[in-house]
Design a protein. Structure first.
Length: 228
């Protein structure tokens, strides 16, 4: 009987310890952190030209020290040699909240996926010639990509491994999206679904020129890996 109560005590004590583990997290919202990282990441011009109208998809691993600083960032399969630029960009970002166990900070590691849209310059009839602050979704581009991937992964697509699209649209002064088109797609049968998803988005933050909201054109690359 004593052994039985000892066993219950050990189980309860273990559960209590597990319940006091808090994982590491950025000090600003995760989507904002990733958008800021993508903005600060310096990418060579030849890489940008190669991936124009598309996106760069990387997965990197970071170690979060006890004081919340990021050390030893590593990119999986770094074929574009972006690790030095990643390290420099991370140094300029806010520290993290470190992982804690029972209130004590500990070292931890995280794998993070980052999608970097490569900008498209419109040659045809630009609406706003000098946009000092570009239009952006309310939840940030990373949040938008996450919701897109979730929507497409919830669809039965047994024969498709990856979706590559590019959408263009106009962001109006009030943040509404108009003139939505899919101009490139490897799965044309899903174009209408992609348009409906864009139509369902909340209003964006409009582009700002000289302190005032203006209409602007936007090109959005969509690269989604399907989890069958």
């Amino acid at each position: 009987m004593n052994n039985f109560f000892l066993f219950l005590f050990v189980v309860f004590f273990s559960l209590k310890i597990n319940g006091q583990i808090i994982e590491a997290s950025p000090k600003i919202p995760t989507n904002d952190y990733l958008d800021l990282l993508a903005t600060n990441l310096e990418i060579h011009e030849e890489i940008i030209k190669k991936h124009q109208n598309s996106s760069i998809d990387i997965t990197f691993i970071i170690t979060i020290a006890k004081d919340g600083s990021i050390i030893n960032p590593r990119i999986k399969n770094d074929s574009l040699n972006l690790e030095p630029a990643l390290k420099k960009a991370l140094e300029n970002l806010p520290k993290w909240n470190p992982k804690t166990e029972n209130g004590v900070a500990v070292v931890s590691r995280k794998a993070i996926n980052l999608i970097i849209p490569v900008e498209q310059t419109f040659d045809e009839n630009p609406i706003a010639e000098q946009v000092y602050m570009k239009a952006s979704p309310k939840d940030g581009l990373q949040g938008l990509y996450k919701n897109y991937a979730k929507s497409f992964n919830s669809t039965k697509l047994t024969h498709i491994k990856e979706i590559n699209m590019r959408a263009t649209f106009t962001v109006e002064e009030d943040g509404s999206l108009t003139n939505i088109k899919i101009v490139e797609s490897n799965v044309p049968s899903l174009n209408r679904k992609a348009i409906r998803l864009i139509e369902s988005l909340p209003k964006w933050n409009p582009a700002i020129e000289n302190g005032k909201p203006v209409r602007s054109s936007f090109s959005l690359p969509l690269k989604i890996k399907i989890n069958n």
